[in-house]
Design a protein around this ligand. Structure first.
Ligand SMILES: [Cu+2]
Length: 209
């Protein structure tokens, strides 16, 4: 009875949390989407495109400069596209200002915001101030985890049906082809047996004649 009454409390936050995909540098110096509304527990999942962008957190008042204790993905190489994501868990509904710490990218508008106020400290105001700022990279990766999407697809499969289906498909196809090959070998052997049998039979027939 006690367990049953606790279950809704445990299940509720998990079912409400959502994954929010954000592309970084896809087709230009831009985050997409660049304005995100997130609830505590939601996961921001950054997908990186060429060449060598990053996600770093700043305050509104100091654009393009790292917030002490803020989020930083490190520079993501070109090879990260489609293979590695940077995942950040949203802890509250405070505004989170993020920028790319690659030289000149922040000044050129590569910034985004999570849970911005409707007026005042908006993304447009941040970008405007960023034009005259100097970009600084944070000292170390912090505030999130890198996930190898290709390796992780199997471990995620328990919770995400889509990823599970993808990993199953990729694992099944080589197994199937090897089964086909193995299946082919016995069939050739049985064909040979059949031929030998036929020869044997005809020999028997000749012997009888
Ligand atoms: Cu960039």
């Amino acid at each position: 009875m006690h367990l049953a009454s606790l279950l809704p409390l445990i299940a509720l936050p998990l079912s409400l949390a959502k994954n929010i995909s954000i592309s970084v540098g896809d087709g230009g110096l831009i985050f997409n989407p660049e304005v995100v509304t997130a609830d505590p527990g939601d996961l921001l999942q950054f997908y990186f495109y060429p060449k060598e962008h990053s996600v770093a957190q700043s305050t509104f008042s100091s654009p393009c400069k790292p917030l002490t204790g803020g989020v930083y993905s490190g520079f993501m190489p070109e090879t990260a596209e489609g293979t590695t994501i940077f995942q950040v868990t949203v802890n509250n509904t405070d505004a989170i200002y993020l920028y790319c710490s690659q030289i000149e990218h922040c000044q050129n508008g590569m910034a985004m915001v999570v849970n911005p106020p409707s007026t005042g400290n908006t993304l447009a105001a941040y970008k405007s101030a960023a034009k005259n700022a100097t970009t600084v990279s944070p000292p170390a990766i912090a505030g999130g985890v890198h996930i190898d999407v290709t390796l992780n697809s199997t471990s995620v499969s328990n919770t995400t049906s889509t990823a599970g289906a993808g990993s199953n498909t990729s694992i099944t196809s080589p197994t199937t082809s090897s089964e086909v090959f193995q299946g082919g070998a016995p069939s050739r052997a049985s064909l040979q047996c059949g031929l030998l049998g036929l020869i044997g039979m005809s020999g028997l027939v000749f012997a009888m004649i």
